[in-house]
Unconditional design. Structure first.
Length: 119
């Protein structure tokens, strides 16, 4: 079963930064595209960003220029650098794996990591 452990969330002031980490449980990441999703309070889960096996990256428009996804295959970890955070970024963030960024992920959902942006 493909599953991740997400970490790095927390409480941050508007304009601040966080770096989220996504580590797989029991498999190696370099064979998969890795997506970041988020679920805001009262909203459905939605995609934020994805990094393909060749390193190509994709972002939903709202997060372009503020968030950066990266992968370190040697450390078997994917990161989401979040800058210029806004209260609207408050959500639980999850990662997921799949064959490519343009298809639905196939992994199970983990616990996610809570990001709260508030003054």
């Amino acid at each position: 079963q493909l599953q991740f452990v997400e970490s790095g969330g927390g409480l941050v002031l508007p304009g601040g930064s966080l770096r989220l980490s996504c580590a797989p449980s029991g498999f190696t990441l370099n064979e998969y595209a890795v997506h970041w999703f988020r679920q805001a309070p009262g909203k459905e889960r939605e995609g934020v960003s994805c990094i393909d096996t060749d390193g190509a990256t994709y972002y939903r428009e709202f997060w372009k220029g503020r968030f950066t996804i990266s992968r370190d295959n040697a450390k078997n970890t994917v990161y989401l650098q979040m800058n210029s955070l806004k209260p609207e970024d408050t959500a639980i963030y999850y990662c997921a794996a799949g064959p490519r960024c343009d298809v639905r992920p196939i992994s199970s959902w983990g616990q996610g990591t809570q990001v709260t942006v508030s003054s």
